[in-house]
Design a protein around this ligand. Structure first.
Ligand code: PLP
Length: 390
């Protein structure tokens, strides 16, 4: 079978590979706990499910406009007005199959072959693959645990060339959970503007930010400079709707039209029923978010205390539901890198984790705390035993 060269260069998702190995062990009778999960362990709110059922009963089951039904696009604009004071209209919004398709559409719409895309590392797994599919070149900008994995203007400037076209920012971050303050985001945006670099601001975890940190966004800066920034959002993480596949962009009208053209020739509109559910989500109660945040703060603190208790360096995250400790001091001859260490932890501790190499930092391993407290405690105890012998 001849597969295109474009695809041959793309690595399969490391997260999916870990889950496949965990499934295999489970099938052989082993008890495996997964801390490799990338979704909240809470159910989709009832009013959202009810809206989906009503949509089906009312026969709302046909094609819709490609960028989404007008009332949902208006609701996305309303979301950015409500939470960030950014004024936009429905024409500035497109609804896609999760934040993932929004990012893909954006890169396809913005990047020409050979254009360089700055990606602060550690980064979310899919950015480099998407850049490659758009025939761009990923330029990684390293950050360290000591600087809370936050990129600085100096770091970005050192990586900039005359081919730099796009910067992908992600806050709160997957895999680190670290967040940029409003001032840091604006400083980076001013630098990017000065050099004609477009910012894709991936804010899919924007509701999952923990006090005293205040949620930050480039939405308001977008309002002032709409041709220089696109905001990526989704209901997947913040509203427990990962399987529904609903994400959105806030962007200049012309960019929305370009993304719509790509979507119109690939997937068309997202599921019509999901659109009605998303509308109920965006315009209804946000109580679920507070409930989740209370649980995530408790679990973050629990995991943070345990992991730093092993002597690992780990910034305390202000958002999302991940920790990204440096664990290279525990690597051994039989487990000399993050992938081998994850395999060892899966086999010896029965805990699935994602190797840092998947996120561009082999010194680290990603822990998700989107599991209940007892499961988290049991998993961390088992991992600690393998790593420290205690
Ligand atoms: N961006 C980041 C940083 C993510 O972690 C994810 C999902 O894991 C996505 C985007 C894609 O989210 P969605 O499930 O809405 O496609």
């Amino acid at each position: 079978m001849k597969i295109s060269e474009r695809l041959a260069r793309i690595k399969p998702s490391a997260t999916l590979a870990v889950n496949a190995k965990a499934q295999e062990l489970r099938a052989s009778g082993r008890e495996i706990i997964s801390l490799a999960v990338g979704q909240p362990d809470f159910g989709t709110p009832q009013h959202v499910c009810d809206a989906a059922k009503a949509a089906m009963d009312e026969g709302f089951t046909r094609y819709t406009p490609v960028p989404g039904i007008p009332e949902l696009r208006d609701a996305v604009a309303g979301y950015y007005a409500k939470f960030y004071g950014a004024q936009a209209c429905g024409d500035n919004a497109i609804i896609s199959n999760g934040g993932k398709q929004v990012l893909y559409n954006l890169l396809m719409a913005l990047v020409n072959p050979g254009d360089e895309v700055l990606i602060p590392a550690p980064y979310w797994v899919s950015y480099p693959a998407m850049v490659q599919l758009a025939e761009g070149v990923s330029v990684f900008v390293p950050t360290t645990a000591d600087e809370d994995y936050l990129v600085t203007v100096d770091g970005l400037e050192a990586a900039r060339t005359d081919k730099t076209r796009v910067l992908i920012l992600n806050s709160p971050s997957n895999p680190t959970g670290c967040c940029y303050t409003q001032a840091q985001l604006e400083e980076i945006a001013a630098w990017a503007r000065q050099h004609g670099i477009f910012i894709i601001s991936d804010e899919v975890y924007d509701r999952l930010v923990y006090a005293p940190f205040t949620p930050a966004s480039l939405a308001k800066t977008w309002e002032a400079y709409p041709e220089t920034i696109a905001i990526v959002g989704a209901l997947s993480k913040s509203f427990c709707m990962t399987g529904w596949r609903v994400g959105y962009a806030l962007a200049h009208e012309d960019l929305v039209k370009a993304m719509s053209k790509i979507q119109g020739q690939s997937t068309s509109n997202i599921n019509s029923i999901t659109q009605k559910a998303a509308l109920a989500g965006l315009s209804g109660s946000w109580d679920i978010v507070d409930e989740m945040k209370t649980a995530f703060v408790r679990r973050r603190d629990l995991a943070y205390e345990t992991i730093t208790g092993w002597g690992a360096t780990c910034p305390k995250p202000d958002g999302a539901f991940y920790l990204f400790p440096v664990l290279e001091q525990f690597y051994t001859d039989d487990a000399p890198d993050s992938a081998a260490m994850c395999t060892k932890l899966l086999e010896q501790a029965g805990v699935a984790l994602v190797p840092g190499s998947a996120f561009g930092d082999d010194k680290c391993i990603r822990f998700s705390y989107a599991v209940d407290d007892d499961t988290l405690t049991e998993a961390l105890t088992k991992v600690g035993k393998v790593l420290t012998g205690k």
